[in-house]
Design a protein around this ligand. Sequence first.
Ligand code: PEP
Ligand code: MN
Length: 339
Amino acid sequence: MVIVMQEGATEEQIQHVIDRVVASGFDVHRSTGASHTVLGAVGVHRDFDHRDFELLQGVREVVRITQPFKLASRQFKPQGTVIDLGRGVKIGGPEVVVAAGPCSVESREQILAVAEAVSKAGAKIMRAGAFKPRTSPYAFQGMGEKGLQLMREAADKYGLFVVSEVMDASQIQMMSTYVDIFQVGARNMQNYFLLRALGEVQKPVLLKRGMSATIEELLLSSEYILAGGNYNVILCERGIRTFETYLRNTLDIAAIPVIQKLSHLPIFADPSHGTGRRDKVSAMARAAVAAGADGLLIEVHNDPDHALSDGAQSLEPTQFAQLMSEIRIIAPAVGRRVA
Ligand code: PEP
Ligand code: MN
C-alpha cells in the first residue's frame, strides 16, 4: 500500500498516519519529496481496509498495490485489452460494440427475423441462448445444439458474430463449431471448473457478473480464465440483487468505471437482465454508454409478447433501432463511436 500525503501535510499528520500504519502491522518506508511525502507500507496482511487510511487527516490518496487478482489488473497490463473478432470488429477499442438478440433461440423464423433486424440497426454480434439456466426446471430449457445451428446460420446470413451461453465444460467442444464468443452466465460466474476449462480455449469469453458477486469476485473469476492462458475475456455487468425490488435487478453502472480503473479487460453492460423491463432498458443502455461501457448486451425479440423466455425485458426491433440511434449520439460525447 502506498499513501500519498497532501501537499502541505503537517509533520504531526504524517506521524499520525505512520503510527496507524505501524499499528496495523506494516513496516513503513518514508519518502519526503519537494512537495509530497509518500509512505510505503509493506507487509503481509490478510485483512485490512485501505479506506481507513484514506480518511486520515492530511492523506491525499491511498493506492493498494497488491490486488488479489493479478493478470486481470491494470498494474499487470496498463493498456486496455482489445479483442479482435475479425472483419474490423474490435472490443475494447474506440467502438462501442453491441450484441443483440433474443434471450433464447426458439425457431428458424424467429432467429432469422431478429438477426436481420439487429444487424440492420448496427449490432455486430448476435446473442441468444441455446442452453438456458432457468430458475424453474419446468421452464423452457433451450433448443440445445439445434438452436446453435440455427443461430450460426442466421448470423452468417447477416454478417454477425455469435455469443451464446455455455453451462458445462462438456459443451465446450461441440459449441466451438458454432459460437465466436462463449458466454458464462451470472449463475456460473463462480463455476471454477468451467472457468478453468475456458482458460484452455482460444475463443473469447464473455463473463457475466454473478447476481450477488462483488467486483473483486468477478475479477477473481476472470483470473481463472486468464491464468489458463486465454486472455480474451470480456466482463459484463448484468445487475445485482439489492434491497430494491421494483426492478428485477439493480444495474450497477458505477461498476463500469470502477472495473476500468482496476482492470484492463473490456466491460459490457446488460441492461435487459439489469432491469427486467422493456421500458427501462434503453435509459440504462444510454447510461452505460455514457459511463464508458465497451459494449452492450441487449435482448431483442421479433414478437416479445410470445417469447419463450424473458419477453418482458426484450425490446421490439423498432425500439432497438431507436436505441442504436440514441447511443450513436451519446458515444462521441465520451470519445467513443457506434457503428
Ligand atoms: C442471458 O444472458 O440470457 C442470461 C441468462 O443472463 P444472466 O446469466 O445474466 O442471467
Ligand atoms: Mn435472458
